[in-house]
Structures are given as C-alpha cells and as structure tokens.
Design a protein around this ligand. Structure first.
Ligand SMILES: C[S@@+](CC[C@H](N)C(=O)[O-])C[C@H]1O[C@@H](n2cnc3c(N)ncnc32)[C@H](O)[C@@H]1O
Ligand SMILES: O=C(O)C(=O)C[C@]1(C(=O)O)C=C[C@@H](O)C=C1
Length: 243
C-alpha cells in the first residue's frame, strides 16, 4: 500500500482549512493514519481475525469509510471460499480510486463492491460483519444514532459490528493524561509541534469524538445487547457489539 510520507501540515499556514479526505490526504493516508493512531496496525489485523471466526458463508461484510481498503484487505484474506461479498464504501473519490488499485494488487475469490457514496445513504442487508474503523467520528453527531440503527437492522443474528474511534473523556485529568500520551506518540513518530497543532485546528470542526459511555449507550439503545471494549491505547479505542 502507498506509504508516501505525510508532510501536509509541515509548513506554517496562515489559514488552516477544515480537514477533508481529498486527493492530498489520500496520497499520504497510509503513513498518516499509522503515525497518528496508536494501535492502528493491530486493529487492522484483528479485524481479519474477527472475520475469520464470525463471517458466515453467503453473507455480506460492510467496510464503512473504507479509505484505502486496509480493513477490507485484512478481512478478505481471512474469508476465502465462503461465497461472501464485501461492500466497501467511501464518499471520497480519491480514496476509492486508490483503494481499487490496492485491492487489485492481490488475487481473491471474494467479490468486493467498491462504492463511492455516503454511508448514510446505502442499504445494509444480510450482513455478518460491519466495520466502522475511525469513521463514525466524522459523521455529524445528530446522524450517528440513525446509522447505528440501520447497521443493527441489516446485521444477521450473531452478526458483529466493530467500531473504532478516538475517544474523549468527561473526566478532565484523564482527558489531559491520555491526550498527552497521544501527542507524545505523534512526536515519537516524527511529527513536529507545528504539524500537530495545525492538524488539530483542521480536525476541530469536522471530527467530534464521543465518550466510551456515549458509544455504549448508543449501541445498546439501538438494539445491541452484547457490547465490549476490546482494544484501547490512550484516547483511541475499538469496540465490538454483537446482534
Ligand atoms: C479515518 S478514515 C477511515 C480509515 C479506514 N477505515 C481504515 O481503517 O484505514 C475515515 C474515512 O471515512 C470517509 N467518510 C467520512 N464520512 C463519510 C460518509 N458520510 N460517507 C462515506 N464515507 C465517509 C472518509 O472519506 C475517510 O476515507
Ligand atoms: O486525532 C488525531 O490527531 C488524528 O490524527 C486522528 C485521525 C483519526 O482518528 O482518524 C484523524 C484524521 C486522520 O484520518 C488520521 C487520524
């Protein structure tokens, strides 16, 4: 997968515009997300392991906000020969184009439908697994319940939702403690103070993290009776919910 180094925020800019998954971001995204999200590679690998256990023959898998296809690739490797279809959806044309190249670089008997569209508009049916890997945080908060309801309805009994997100914390000292560890993670990965602060400004209006409690309450309120956090590193987490 393309790993051009992310230097998008390295030069001082007078006006920082809102973060967008445009062509510039898509070109460096593989490097950006690995250097920005602690545990990203482990989460991607574990998505494949979950799929190996839980994806049932003749069912569908949805990768919502698929970006360059990392989750789809990890899952596809583990579900060969099950006659499944993966629907990978993203509303960034630049991401979809690069995702197609990444998927075509490997052979598989599992069909992938790559859809350039809004995850709020697609239908979900006959799903044994749905992935929201760092995507829900980019939806307006008022649209999140409806998406989770749609996912719940489209999952087969026993079907799995994996939800990975940046978290925020109501407890101010905990927020400060974990946020600082995340900033150190970025520094250790070579991001300068300027890059960190300019990207923070760009994300401020477009990425709105929830607390873990809000996620749990939302998933339970929309019907999921089985919920657990399975991964957390600082203020980044991944959760599972089973129908
Ligand atoms: C942080 S990235 C997801 C990373 C990816 N899931 C992975 O594991 O590598 C968020 C993605 O969601 C997409 N996205 C955000 N809002 C969307 C929406 N409403 N509909 C479809 N895609 C959306 C963005 O274009 C972006 O590619
Ligand atoms: O919170 C940050 O500083 C991030 O960079 C996080 C994050 C994410 O969680 O998706 C934000 C935008 C990019 O997609 C990569 C990582």
């Amino acid at each position: 997968m393309n790993s051009t180094q992310d230097t998008l925020y390295a030069q001082a800019s007078e006006h920082i515009s809102d973060f967008q998954f445009d062509n510039r971001v898509a070109g460096v995204f593989s490097d950006m997300i690995r250097r920005s999200v602690p545990g990203y590679t482990q989460i991607i690998n574990t998505l494949g392991d979950f799929a190996k256990n839980l994806v049932t023959p003749d069912s569908r898998v949805y990768d919502l906000g698929c970006s360059l296809g990392a989750a789809t690739l990890s899952i596809r490797r583990q579900i060969q020969g099950r006659n499944c279809r993966i629907l990978a959806v993203d509303n960034s044309q630049s991401m979809i184009e690069r995702c197609r190249e990444n998927l075509n670089a490997y052979v598989s008997d599992t069909q992938v439908d790559l859809i350039c569209g809004d995850i709020r508009d697609i239908e979900i049916e006959n799903a044994s697994m749905v992935v929201l890997n760092f995507t829900l945080q980019f939806l307006p908060p008022e649209d999140r319940d409806a998406l989770i309801t749609k996912i719940y309805r489209g999952l087969n009994p026993g079907g799995l939702l994996v939800l990975s997100e940046k978290l925020c914390f109501d407890d101010a000292p905990i927020q400060a403690l974990l946020e600082e560890r995340h900033l150190d993670f970025k520094r250790a990965n070579g991001y300068s103070e300027l890059e960190i602060s300019q990207k923070r400004s760009a994300l401020e209006n477009v990425m709105k993290p929830d607390t873990l409690a809000t996620h749990e309450q939302r998933l339970k309120a929309q019907g999921f009776s089985h919920f657990s956090l399975w991964f957390q590193c600082f203020n980044f987490a991944s959760m599972v919910a089973i129908k």
